[in-house]
Design a protein around this ligand. Sequence first.
Ligand code: PLP
Length: 391
Amino acid sequence: MKGRTRVNHPPDVIVPADNHPLVGPIYQSVKFAFESLEETIRAYRGDRPGFFYARNSNPTTRQLEKLLAELQGRDDCIALGSGVAAISSCLLSLTRAGDHVLCFVETYGPSRQLIRGLLGRFGVQHTMLSIEDDAGIERVLAERPTRLVWFESPTNPVTRIANLGRITQAAHANGALTVLDNTFAGFHNHGQYGIDVFVHSLTKYASGHGDVMGGAIIARDELVRVMRRETIELGALLDPHAAFLVMRGMKTYYLRHEAQTASAARIAVFLEKHPAVARVHYPGLAAHPRHALAREQMHDFGSIVSFDLVGGLDAARVFSDALEFFAISPSLGSVESLVMPAPLLRPGGLGAEQLALSGIGDGSVRLSIGIEDTDDLIADLDAALGRVSEA
Ligand code: PLP
């Protein structure tokens, strides 16, 4: 074999079946081959296990999918290139012209915009309520045939809590599918409810280190089969290198969650007592309007703490600029703490009434608590709030 052939057909290295690597390898290959055409066709049709082309599936990405499905307590998962890729793939593959989707003013902005804009252009209609309007949700579902109820809990950023029991019951009684964006709560929460589809941004808690983007759709087999066909056509499957990084992050998922949540709980209590703070939004606080419901539904309350500053927008500016350990940055859930003040949190495309319903005011601030020492974080917050009081 000449060199220019050899470099394209390097020697095989066979890892014996009884000698597995403790960390799964990155299968950085787009194509997979069998020894014969017949076996290739059988694999392509799904009549035998195996891989064909990495836009359909790849062993590294598949390992992550199996892990996430198991953690969320459902049959299967599709891992995609970002949280929004998971959201758009799910919305596009589960709806058709003439369908109706129920969503909420608190729904994550790009999801809401996809439902109103992209799906709207393809003839899908929607109704938008507040996630806490249980009676309204039940009324709409009873009155109007609905394909999907699309929601989050806790919501971003003011941590409102959806009543999962009432929503799933009303949806199923009326033939609607429930889709919960479970990014904020995590894989260890909400599996016990009759949610049909979970979506997650893996960019946040799953990868945990702010160095990779990803998304996941998790559901029962029958729904994943439908969505997988179309997600292959939409073309956003997670790349194996990114899947490897998310899997590495997942090894410390529970430890990070515990540490971040414990720190967030202390910080929420600190903020609640501070005179420059008008109101704290954290489901773990007894003063949260749905604290009892959150306690019933969730194992823990997460690491997002939002609050409203007495001094409004000016105070939010001074406060964010004064912080040392909290970067003014999008995203959330990773090891370093972040802050997002009101001008960056305001949802686009809402009318005045809907904006008021969203609960985000001029002085609203969202903190994503990382794994730094809690005493340092509290001292930093205290100093920044001191600057607000001086200003
Ligand atoms: N869902 C929620 C609740 C989010 O907060 C985000 C991002 O902030 C996403 C989905 C989108 O995820 P990604 O940024 O990975 O596309």
